[in-house]
Ligand binder design. Sequence first.
Ligand code: NCD
Length: 323
Amino acid sequence: MTFNCRSLLSIEELSRDDIELVLETAWRMKEVGQREVKKVPTLRGRTVVNLFFEPSTRTRTSFEIAAKRLSADLVNFSASGSSLSKRESILDTAKTLDAMDPDLVVVRHQVAGVPKRIADVLAAPVINAGDGAHEHPTQALLDLMTVREEKGEIAGLTVAIIGDIAHSRVARSNIHAFSKLGASVRVVGPATLVPPDIERLGGAAAGAVKVFHSLREGIEGADVLMALRIQRERFAGALLPSVREYAATFGLDRARLRFAQDDAIVMHPGPVNRGVELAHELTDHRPSVILDQVRNGVALRMAVLYLLSGRSSLPAPPEAQSE
Ligand code: NCD
């Protein structure tokens, strides 16, 4: 099987087969991370550039660890301290980078569409690490990986995505990802934080996305509860009466979990506003799988770097590759 995209810009553009190939490759990469020496020579001599115009802890670090586990050279480029603070345009920055011949470029930007514009001028493949409220494809892929690990099959599951849907690229990518693999997706949140046309996302599997403005109804019988951060940096106005009221109506705690399936899992892309989206006891303990998401993020990003670097088939068994 070959990976059909030159860059990874969105889940919307991926086929089911592309998604399956990434997940299968990630599974093999996870094995590398469980060894004593967590490194294979696969991308030796390749250069990966992390181009982050927005703050990030998990995503930037896990791309860095992923690149290093594959023996690539990694350069971190952050907007402050670069010529961007001297008003160089993004496209000029991209062209300058291009002239240095990177092999892969990872881009996060606060404006939707910037990774695509950069991909249009760069010779190297681009990975979107989050663009505005548009998409965050590697997050959705690591979420699929985590759910598959916990539940086996994704088709037939009910996944409730709860919270600030309007400003969330994680929500958009996950709506596409889970509906492409046959899950029913529910979007749960206050009317001010759920965009009116969200049910139309999910493409081919139209009708797979349903909106709920009551937490109880939205999580009733759900297998996966995915809480999202209230993205206060993305909305200036009064979309919420107060954070305390949000926590009282849409925050998850153990008592509310009883409406979901008995074996439901709780996810969050991080960073968590503790006591707002999730009660403390849920953030730290099962059925929360937040740290499994982070762990899988490294393997998943290794898989994406590997597949986009021009390796089109699955890696040889890791034993054969180790140094
Ligand atoms: C998310 C992001 O930045 O889009 N975090 C992440 O990548 N793990 C979600 C968020 O910031 O709330």
